[in-house]
Design a protein around this ligand. Sequence first.
Ligand code: SF4
Length: 448
Amino acid sequence: MPLTGIEIFKLLPKTNCGECGVPTCLAFAMNLAAGKAELSACPHVSDEAKAKLEEASAPPIRPVTIGVGDRALKVGGETVMFRHEKRFDNSPGFAILVTDTMDDSEVDARLEKFKKLEYERVGLILRPELVAVKDESGDASKFESLVNKVKQNSDGGIILMSSNPDVMAAGVKACADRKPLLYGANKDNLDGMAELAKGNSCPVAVKASDLEELTQLTTKLTEGGVNDIVLDSGSRTLRRAFEDQIWIRSAALNKKLRPLGFPTIVFPCEMTDDPMKEALIASVFVAKYGGIIVLSDFQGESLFPLLVERMNIYTDPQRPLATTEGIYEIGGPDENSPVLLTSNFSLTYFIVSGEIEGSKVPSYLLVKDTEGLSVMTAWAAGKFVADVIAPFVKKSGIGDKVKHRKLVIPGYAAAESGGLEEELPDWEVQVGPREGAHIPAYLKSWKP
Ligand code: SF4
């Protein structure tokens, strides 16, 4: 729970010197509580008070970043148990496994899949984020050369998996600049792994045999100055691992148990040999509450549904996905191509643009900003009616792109056709299909 203004005030010097930009410490405390000021603005706050305030304002589940640049993955930082309370913020990363005892051809095939398996959906690119590189041989040089290969052939984040600090050191040497996740510190190697994590500013994953041991290990790590931690409760059955995820999230959020206030890593790849079952297990952890989900391999038919599930769960339930307003050219249209109009609800855009593309009739699609509402909802809310559509059509510039003046509006907005013809006297308004599936047949018979 964040501190109230009064609680913060009690920790301030109470001299009312005004150096923070407001006349009194109380005013400053209120601003801090409201997130309108930074603690650093007060030069007189004691170190002890600073530590208390920083601790109180820290998120209950620490965000941890793996990797660098555009492909860096941020996990953790969640503040709620249930999506409907607010939203889930940082979606889990999917990792594909490669090991140093695999044939080169198998490693190459997996790295190729990692690169190729990406999908566009509602204007977003969905793809996996991580390659988990596992030491099975115990041979540091073999491990290092596999890590080098992964680094050269993928720009994703890397998880280094070894329980031997010497082997891990070889892997870290090869890819420290990519800020890999070091998996796994345990009760036997904690000091060695902590040293590597600290020395290379890398996050470290901790594996324990149960939650009590996990708590002890993370406490030791944080006392030693390692703060970027990922948790593995050690469970390898669906039921136990599922219970652990819920327990960890609840302990961090509801009981403020700092030693468990970190994102988690789960291993569906170690829970079954059946690829379909593995995907089902992974889907459970997308919903509850895996931070990193390691899969034995990627198959398009199971990865795609997992990526879509993740996208749906990690969108803001209070805000519909929206596409940018504008003219979308589909299939290379020209001056005689049809002009269709729709709303900017992403799912509507995705369906309509997909049907136009499938029709093979090059077309212009005008997408009107309806604040992410679908055609019918926007129409009912007065956001997809003649007097708001007409100014958009005029300003969009579509008149310069086509010779004809025919505008196809969605069947669900048919009631606006008369009003639109009044507002757009140069245009003939045509009522298109209600359902996206009927667009191809409609377009094939459309004449300029
Ligand atoms: Fe109070 Fe610090 Fe602001 Fe001075 S600078 S008024 S001590 S909060």
